[in-house]
Design a protein around this ligand. Structure first.
Ligand code: 5GP
Length: 234
């Protein structure tokens, strides 16, 4: 299958058509944005590393029986995935308090969240991806009750599988953002799972090894992505 038309171009990826209507190619760019694209940069090699980390993580989820859109890696920067209709809800699951949760509720940075906390956001750049309730999701008809329940159930399973996966590689999975798609009536984990979409802290030192290095100008951004790649893929 050869990639042809660009179906969609996002901030960090392009979605390309294949010669089959059932499959697309996700092309991972080196572009990075933060704070609703107010901050922009190129992180050399990020696309390669995120493609490979995502592929490995999706394979681990598939082995655990969790449905994902991932089919196979096609090149350094490209993976083939099932074509899905993306549900415009970002599901965030948190094991520790940080980021927007601390800013919103004033919790202590790093506080353990047990059980893990699930939050729902409206995937809408024009509105700045606001936090929404299940009633908002019903009002906006973004998903029905069964789909909301299934996304939350899958998010808990993904977290339960990935916590020990990363821990055995010396990484604390602090939180992650999931997007779901519908293919043939089934809800599957879509998009990517990488240091762009998860927070990962070194288990020993607590050092941040994710996009927060870019967001907050912590330096050594490329090195952090590469270190996650080394621990997950090498
Ligand atoms: P927070 O709500 O604290 O900003 O983010 C929670 C988690 O979800 C973090 O791992 C963060 O990287 C991820 N996340 C939330 N919104 C977005 C988004 O719009 N884009 C990306 N790449 N990650 C997000």
């Amino acid at each position: 299958m050869t990639a042809e038309t660009v179906l969609y171009e996002g901030k960090a990826k392009k979605i390309l058509a294949t010669d089959s209507p059932e499959y697309i190619i996700q092309y991972f760019k080196d572009d990075a944005t933060a704070f609703n694209a107010e901050k922009r940069a190129v992180i050399p090699g990020k696309g390669i590393v995120n493609n490979q980390i995502s592929a490995r993580v999706f394979s681990v989820l598939a082995e655990a029986g969790i449905p994902t859109h991932f089919v196979r890696t096609v090149s350094e920067r490209e993976m083939m995935a099932k074509r899905v209709s993306i549900i415009p809800v970002e599901v965030v699951i948190r094991n520790r308090a940080t980021g927007s949760l601390v800013a919103r509720l004033g919790l202590e940075e790093g506080q353990v969240l047990n059980p893990p906390l699930i939050e729902l956001f409206y995937k809408n750049d024009a509105l700045g991806d606001p936090l929404i309730t299940e009633d908002h999701i019903r009002l906006l008809k973004l998903a029905d009750d069964a789909q909301i329940a299934e996304m939350k159930r899958l998010a808990q399973r993904v977290n339960a599988v990935l916590l020990p996966f990363f821990e055995s590689r010396g990484l604390l999975l602090v939180d992650l953002k999931l997007e779901f798609g519908i293919a043939n009536g089934q809800i599957v984990v879509a998009d990517e799972i990488s240091p762009d979409t998860c927070r990962l802290w070194d288990l020993q030192s607590g050092e941040r090894l994710d996009k927060d290095r870019f967001r907050h100008d912590l330096g050594r951004v490329e090195e952090a992505y590469r270190e996650v790649w080394r621990r997950v893929c090498a």
